[in-house]
Design a protein around this ligand. Structure first.
Ligand code: NDP
Length: 288
């Protein structure tokens, strides 16, 4: 048996087209969704991510402005910029690219962002709302994984989902969203004893570890759905996931390759969050 390999171009492309259409409708009503992306310092990978987000906005018809600040920017200067973006009516979403330089407290910066404009869902108010099931922006990567599962026709309710990773941006919110979809959720991490014993019980296995190709055939139940969130760079310069794709592809029923699926879907949810923030600001109900 060989898994259905999700085609990111097709799946993500179709979703972006839907979002673009909704953006066009909002523009016709006189409101152009706007995203401000703030980047501090010279981290090359972060600059690539920011460029990709900016390009995706342009393609979707979303206004986007990138604020590139030097490494030596002070926390106060950054907070001042956030406050001015909070009060700028043409900006509906604010994203501060991490990592920030060490002298800036990331938490302090996140807390300064108006929760209504927090399109990453990092603000404690939005994290709390996610926890208790109140509406709010979706955490981009985990919500992207849910969207991928749904669009691939994977039934989530009643299934045993195992998430490997418990970070604030992927693992923990991933577990919350899966619970919302009525999965039974197990979260694993670096201190989990018998990882393989747990992962091999998963109907849906989500790897968000940040270590290249550590998930092998023996971690996967035959017929499981495997979603690979990891993005790792091998010494050769090639990108790969946390899952050893070639080893697992024969075992799984559905699998996402890296790169090409979770990364682009994450950006798509960012577009959706910006659109929805603009719809809320304009008093227009979201389409779904
Ligand atoms: P973190 O480093 O913050 O978290 C990694 C998690 O994996 C931790 O909870 C850690 O456990 C756990 N872990 C580490 N080693 C093992 C192991 N051997 N066995 C079991 N669990 C382990 O990473 P992120 O959550 O931020 O990101 C995870 C991956 O996803 C990265 O590769 C990142 O690049 C990628 N990513 C991709 C995105 C996309 O758009 N596609 C977006 C965000 C991230 P512990 O808590 O005990 O340390």
């Amino acid at each position: 048996m060989s898994a259905h390999v999700i085609n990111g171009k097709e799946l993500v492309g179709a979703y972006r087209a839907e979002i673009k259409e909704q953006v066009e409708q909002l523009v016709k009503q006189g409101v152009t969704p706007g995203l401000a992306v703030v980047i501090v310092g010279d981290d090359p990978a972060s600059h690539v991510y920011v460029r990709n987000k900016h390009r995706a906005c342009e393609e979707a018809g979303i206004y986007s402005e990138v604020h590139k600040l030097p490494e030596e920017t002070t926390e106060d200067e950054l907070l001042e910029l956030i406050r001015s973006l909070n009060s700028n009516a043409s900006i509906h979403g604010i994203l501060v690219q991490s990592p920030l330089p060490k002298h800036i407290h990331e938490e302090r910066v996140v807390e300064e962002i108006d929760p209504e404009k927090d399109v990453d869902c990092f603000h404690p108010v939005n994290v709390g709302n996610l926890m208790i099931g109140k509406p709010g922006p979706a955490p981009c990567t985990p919500a992207g994984v849910i969207e991928i599962l749904k669009k691939a026709g994977v039934e989530i309710a009643g299934k045993h989902a195992v998430v490997i990773g418990r970070s604030n941006i992927v693992g923990k919110p991933m577990g919350m969203l899966l619970l919302r979809e009525n999965a039974t959720v197990t979260t694993c991490h670096s201190r989990t004893a018998n990882l393989e014993q747990l992962t091999s019980q998963a109907d849906i296995l989500i790897a968000a570890i940040g270590k290249p190709q550590v998930i092998k055939r023996q971690h996967v139940k035959p017929g499981a759905v495997v979603i690979d969130v990891g993005i790792n760079r091998l010494e050769s310069g090639k990108l790969c996931g946390d899952v050893d794709f070639d080893d697992v592809v024969e075992e799984a029923s559905v699998i996402t390759p890296v790169p090409g699926v979770v990364g682009p879907m994450t950006i798509t949810i960012l577009l959706r969050n910006t659109l929805e923030a603009a719809q809320r600001a304009a008093g227009v109900a979201a389409a779904q």
